[in-house]
Write a protein of this length. Structure first.
Length: 88
């Protein structure tokens, strides 16, 4: 979506209604500003609850497993050495 807006005397710009709806931005929503060489970037801030929910989803994901034990690492190392030396 490409929309043009004019900057007001206080540096204010109105975010188009379609974008506010798409990104769930309403009065009181916090946004942050960033920039690069060519653009100003506006990012809707997540609530503390949303951040915690994302953290718990990552933490509880089945693909996340505990770090290997020293025994497991030693066994993997020994297996790799055996394989490289043609023992297995």
């Amino acid at each position: 979506m490409y929309v043009t807006r004019k900057v007001g005397p206080k540096g204010q710009v109105v975010i188009p209604e379609e974008l506010r709806a798409q990104f769930d931005i309403h009065p009181g929503t916090s946004v942050s500003f960033n920039s690069n060489d060519e653009a100003i970037i506006i990012v809707r801030q997540k609530s503390a609850e949303q951040v915690l929910d994302a953290f718990h989803a990552i933490r509880d994901a089945p693909s996340i497993r505990k770090a290997p034990t020293i025994k497991e690492m030693k066994r993997w190392f020994e297996e790799e050495i055996e394989e490289r030396n043609g023992i297995r």
